[in-house]
Design a protein around this ligand. Structure first.
Ligand SMILES: Cc1cc2nc3c(=O)[nH]c(=O)nc-3n(C[C@H](O)[C@H](O)[C@H](O)COP(=O)(O)OP(=O)(O)OC[C@H]3O[C@@H](n4cnc5c(N)ncnc54)[C@H](O)[C@@H]3O)c2cc1C
Length: 167
């Protein structure tokens, strides 16, 4: 699976931590040091590509996936889950991984509480790589591949290149 992930990923040579003014706070070598020391690579991968690799590996391993099948009813005693179309699946256990507005959690807990907003918000901005390459002062952000963090008071910005769609 690692080979498949690697083929759709970019491996950064360094991870640089900058102050909000652009001053270098640290510049850590990643390639090849990361894999030599920890036996695992540092990969920059588009989420859809990770999912494709996982799905492909799961199917190869004999797993059957039912997409677009929201769970509408849970029976924690059997245990079993029933989709909105009425199909019932029983299992040895049910793993509820349905995110922050979890249906599973709302059914499992007698007094479910909504997630608490931490006040921290994440935004994503995508820029085409060739646009960065056209600017002498921006090109070093992606060539050679690297991860750049700007660390400021109450905020952090991370910049890295993805292979898919060249963003
Ligand atoms: C703008 C932004 C940028 C981010 N960037 C990064 C990043 O660069 N790197 C990183 O590691 N993380 C990043 N994150 C965080 C990351 O997206 C989340 O932490 C991660 O997706 C959570 O995974 P999850 O499987 O818990 O939930 P989700 O990915 O939300 O998956 C939950 C799944 O449950 C399904 N589901 C919900 N209800 C039901 C139901 N009743 N029946 C059946 N299925 C149901 C949903 O359809 C969904 O497929 C980012 C988040 C945001 C918002």
């Amino acid at each position: 699976m690692l080979d498949a992930l690697r083929s759709c990923s970019i491996e950064p040579y360094t991870a640089a931590c900058l102050s909000k003014d652009g001053g270098i706070l640290s510049n850590v070598p990643v390639l090849p040091d990361m894999e030599e020391q920890w036996k695992v690579p540092h990969l920059l991968t588009y989420r859809a590509d990770i999912l494709e690799v996982f799905v492909s590996q799961a199917r190869t391993s004999g797993v059957t996936l039912h997409l677009a099948s929201p769970i509408a009813c849970l029976d924690f005693c059997t245990p079993a889950a029933t989709t909105i179309s009425g199909t019932r699946f029983s299992a040895d256990f049910i793993l509820g991984a349905d995110s922050e507005r979890s249906f599973c959690r709302s059914k499992l807990l007698t007094n479910p509480k909504s997630p608490i907003l931490s006040g921290k918000i994440v935004y994503r901005i995508t820029v085409r790589s060739e646009l960065l390459s056209q600017h002498q002062d921006l090109e070093p952000l992606i060539c050679p591949p690297r991860v750049t963090f700007w660390v400021g008071l109450g905020a952090q910005v991370v910049c890295y290149e993805l292979k898919r769609n060249n963003v």
